[in-house]
Design a protein around this ligand. Structure first.
Ligand code: BES
Ligand code: MN
Ligand code: ZN
Length: 488
C-alpha cells in the first residue's frame, strides 16, 4: 500500500474518511460534504449508534451529491487530546475498515498538524501488512482492494518527513515477514541469506558457519543445533552511520528457527508456534533494516545466533555438559531451555570482538513471561537504570510497551550446579528471571539489557496496528530508543 499527502480539500473519488469528535456535529469539510448531500451524512450518523467515541467507525455508501465510493466516519473522542499512539490507531482503524471494502483509494481528511498527520499515515501503513504469499486460491472478492491512503491536510513537507518513518515500517515489515515464514523455508542458512539483503542498504554482513564457531569454542550454541540437519549460523551485521572509531551500541537476537524442545520434546499441541522462536533475531534484523534505511547517525553492531533445535540420534541429551566460548561450563538439564545457550555465546562474542557501549538482547526466551505479562508488555531485565529508563520512555512513545522485572544475586544462585559452572534451568519459580540471570553470566559486566519478547512477537488476534500473526514488536521500540539517545 502507498501513502501520499495532499491539500485539505474534499476528494472526488475513492473512500473519504472523516475524523469525528465525540457528540459533536460534523465540522469543516465533513459539514461541507453533508450539505452537498442534503444532510444525508448527518442523517446516517443520527440513525446509527455512532457517536464519535474513540475507536468507533461507521461506513456509509456515498450519497448522491458526493463524488466518492463511500464515507467512513472514525470516532476520535476528544481530538485535542489524542496521544501519538491514538493517532496511529486512528490511521490504522481507517486502513482496517477499508482494506477489503472495494475501494482502491482512501483519503483521510485530517486537518492534523505535523506529527499527528505522520502518525495517521504510519498507523494506516502499519495496519496494511498481510502475509499471504502462500495463499494461491484466495478468491478475488476476499483480497484487499485498498492501494493508496492519502492524508488530506498535512503540512507541505509531510511527504519528506514521512520518508524516515517509512524506512522504519520497512524494517517492521521485514520482521513480520521473517517471523511468519515456516521453518522449512526459513532455517539458519536461508535466514542468513535474507540477512545478506541488508548489504544493499550499506550494512556489512558476515556469516559464520559451524567450522568457524567450533574454532571460537561456541559449545553452548553449537550444542543446540547439533541435532539438526541444518547447519547453525552466526550472522553479524555492522552499520557505521556514526563517528568514525566511536564504540558501537549492540543488539543480539535469539534465532531458533524452530524449537521442538529437542530431546526434552515439547507437547505436539501448539508446536507450530515455535516457527517464530527466531523472533528476537527477526526483530534485530528488522531494526538494522530500519536504521540503515533511514541512515541513522550511529554505529551499531547486531548479532543473531541461528539454530534449529531438533531431537535426533545426534541431538544433545539432558545431562550433557558443554563449554561455552566464555570458558564457563553448563550442564544441560533441559534441552528445551535452548535460547539462553544460543545467546550465551552470541553475547560473549559480541562484547569480546566489538567492545560495545552496551548490549541489548531480544529473545522469545520463556513461556513464563507470558504468564507474568501476557501479551501487552515485554519483560526487561537490566542492572542499568539508564537503559531501563530509556527503554521505558521509548515504549511509551511507540506503544511497544516494556515492564522491568528484577535481577538479584539470590535468583542467580538458583542456577548454580554441582556438576558444572551452572545449569541451564533454575526450576519452576521465577522462570523468566533465572533465564535472565543465566544470560547475565555471559555479559562480562558490559552494560546490558535483556528483553523477553515471547508474549509480544505474535498475536492470535487482530491488534490495532497488525493483523493476527507477526506483530513486528520491538523494531519501532528500539528505533526510537536509538533515535532519542544515541544519534549524533
Ligand atoms: N521458545 C521457548 C519459550 C516460548 C514459549 C516462547 C512459548 C514463546 C511461546 C523456550 O525455548 C522454552 O522452551 N523455554 C522453556 C524453558 C524451560 C524449559 C525452563 C519454557 O518456557 O517452558
Ligand atoms: Mn525451548
Ligand atoms: Zn525456544
Amino acid at each position: 500500500m502507498q501513502i501520499s499527502f495532499a491539500a485539505l480539500e474534499l476528494p472526488t473519488s475513492g473512500a473519504i474518511a472523516f475524523l469525528v469528535e465525540k457528540d459533536k456535529p460534523l465540522a469543516g469539510l465533513a459539514a461541507e460534504a453533508d450539505s452537498k448531500t442534503s444532510g444525508a451524512l448527518s442523517k446516517a450518523i443520527a440513525t446509527s449508534r455512532f457517536s464519535g467515541g474513540a475507536g468507533q467507525t461507521l461506513d456509509v455508501v456515498a450519497p448522491s451529491g458526493l463524488d466518492a465510493d463511500r464515507v467512513l466516519f472514525v470516532g476520535v473522542g476528544e481530538a485535542g487530546k489524542l496521544t501519538q499512539q491514538e493517532w496511529l490507531e486512528t490511521g490504522a482503524a481507517v486502513c482496517a475498515s477499508l482494506l477489503g471494502s472495494g475501494s482502491a483509494e482512501a483519503t483521510i481528511v485530517a486537518d492534523a498538524s505535523g506529527a499527528d498527520a505522520l502518525a495517521l499515515a504510519e498507523g494506516a501503513l502499519l495496519r496494511s501488512y498481510r502475509f499471504d504469499k502462500y495463499r494461491t486460491k484466495e478468491p478475488e472478492s476476499k483480497k484487499p482492494t485498498l492501494k493508496v491512503v492519502k492524508i488530506a491536510g498535512a503540512a507541505s513537507d509531510a511527504a519528506s518527513a514521512f520518508a524516515s518513518r517509512k524506512a522504519v515500517i520497512d524494517g517492521v515489515f521485514f520482521t513480520r515477514d521473517l517471523v511468519s515464514e515456516p521453518a522449512n523455508i526459513l532455517y539458519p542458512a536461508s535466514f542468513a541469506e535474507r540477512i545478506r539483503e541488508l548489504t544493499d542498504l550499506g550494512v556489512e554482513v558476515e556469516v559464520l558457519g559451524e567450522a568457524e564457531m567450533t574454532k571460537l569454542g561456541m559449545g553452548a550454541l553449537l550444542g543446540v543445533g547439533q541435532g539438526s540437519e541444518r547447519e547453525s549460523q552466526l550472522a553479524i551485521m555492522v552499520w557505521n552511520g556514526g563517528a568514525e572509531g566511536e564504540a558501537p551500541i549492540s543488539f543480539v537476537g535469539k534465532g531458533v528457527t524452530f524449537d521442538t524442545g529437542g530431546i526434552s520434546l515439547k507437547p505436539g499441541e501448539g508446536m507450530e508456534q515455535m516457527k517464530w522462536d527466531m523472533g528476537g533475531a527477526g526483530t534485530v534484523v528488522g531494526l538494522m533494516k530500519a536504521l540503515a534505511g533511514r541512515k541513522a547517525k550511529v554505529n551499531v553492531v547486531a548479532i543473531v545466533g541461528l539454530v534449529e533445535n531438533m531431537p535426533s540420534g545426534n541431538a544433545q541429551r539432558p545431562g550433557d555438559v558443554v563449554t561455552s566460548m566464555s570458558g564457563q561450563t553448563i550442564e544441560i538439564l533441559n534441552t528445551d531451555a535452548e535460547g539462553r545457550l544460543v545467546l550465551a555465546d552470541a553475547l560473549w562474542y559480541c562484547q569480546d570482538r566489538f567492545k560495545p557501549k552496551f548490549m541489548v538482547d531480544l529473545a522469545t526466551l520463556t513461556g513464563a513471561i507470558i504468564i507474568t505479562l501476557g501479551h501487552e508488555h515485554a519483560g526487561i531485565f537490566t542492572d542499568d537504570d539508564t537503559l531501563a529508563k530509556q527503554l521505558e520512555a521509548a515504549g511509551g512513545t511507540t506503544g511497544d510497551k516494556v515492564w522491568r522485572l528484577p535481577l538479584h544475586k539470590n535468583y542467580d544462585k538458583l542456577i548454580d550446579c554441582p556438576i558444572a559452572d551452572m545449569k541451564n534451568i533454575g526450576g519452576r519459580a521465577a522462570g523468566s528471571i533465572t533465564a535472565a540471570q543465566f544470560l547475565r553470566r555471559f555479559t562480562n559486566d558490559v552494560p546490558w539489557c535483556h528483553i523477553d519478547i515471547a508474549g509480544t512477537v505474535w498475536s492470535e488476534k487482530d491488534l490495532p496496528l497488525s493483523e493476527k500473526g507477526g506483530t513486528g514488536y520491538g523494531v519501532r521500540l528500539l528505533d526510537r530508543f536509538v533515535a532519542d539517545n544515541y544519534e549524533g
